[in-house]
Design a protein around this ligand. Structure first.
Ligand SMILES: [Zn+2]
Length: 267
């Protein structure tokens, strides 16, 4: 089994979205400095011995500029994106094409994680997403509640949605999914067990940065359920210990830079 890190570009937004209390005015500092943070968009490709090519997270749509509402884009602009960040081009570098993909797993359905489903429009590839996320995302778009983080273009009945109902399930050999709500109701982590490098746990946006997870620093305005978030962090920490796993946050540019990227791989 081979595992590749995929680089889908960089988004930039104010600190307060990612860390609770970021740039909060205080008695001592009534006008704090507003900082922008770089948010690495990333995915994982697995070349599985029996299941074929599996992708976890597909990044934003390549034509995000036309598809993202203006008010969303002005808060969450994509500041680094070239042809090299397109999923089809990354696959080509590895020696594959879009039609070779046999399954997609989505950590959650926010626009920067699921918008890349545009590459799979009109295809019958199964898309695994937690039941709670699927229900919430369609509802959020239909009612315009939580609109912006979820947008309509990829929440399409035409895709081959496969809900995951379990709290924990080994979907394919050496690929296990965990329900880790908090950032969204149906966020899902993926554990991959490799022969040479051991276990890896990808936690999507349960943590944007390493500090969210390691220092248990809650997210800012993007959190949806604080109590669930703390419980999910504890759950992943227990899994990390039991499996001696490497835990990879959803968007940390420094963590991402530390690892090899496609076409290089881990086995
Ligand atoms: Zn998210």
């Amino acid at each position: 089994m081979k595992m590749y890190f995929l680089n889908f570009g960089v988004l930039t937004a104010e600190e307060g979205w990612f860390f609770e209390g970021g740039a909060c005015a205080t008695l001592e500092q009534p006008s704090p400095e507003h900082k922008f943070l770089r948010i690495q968009m990333e995915g994982i490709l697995i070349d599985h011995p029996t299941e074929g090519l599996i992708i976890y997270e597909v990044g934003p749509a390549p034509n995000y500029k036309e598809l993202w509402p203006k008010e969303v884009y002005s808060v969450f602009p994509i500041t680094e994106y070239t042809d090299e960040n397109r999923l089809d081009n990354i696959l080509q570098k590895v020696g594959y094409k879009i039609d070779d993909v046999s399954a997609i797993i989505l950590g959650h359905l926010h626009l920067d994680h699921a918008g890349g489903l545009e590459f799979f429009r009109g295809k019958d590839i199964p898309i695994y997403v937690h039941e709670e996320e699927l229900k919430y995302a369609f509802y959020a778009v239909a009612t315009k509640q939580d609109f912006g983080a979820y947008i309509p273009h990829y929440l399409d009945f035409g895709f081959n949605w496969r809900p995951v109902h379990e709290n924990e399930v080994e979907l394919f050999k050496d690929i296990t999914l965990y329900h880790i709500p908090g950032h969204t109701p149906g966020t899902m982590a993926m554990r991959v067990d490799l022969k040479d490098t051991g276990s890896w746990i990808f936690i999507s946006d349960l943590a944007f940065y390493k500090d969210n997870y390691e220092l248990v620093k809650p997210q800012g305005w993007l959190i949806r359920d604080m109590n669930s978030w703390f419980k999910s962090v504890r759950k992943v920490k227990a899994l990390e210990k039991v499996h001696s796993a490497k835990v990879i946050p959803g968007h940390d540019p420094n963590v991402f830079a530390h690892f090899k990227h496609a076409p290089e791989y881990y086995s």
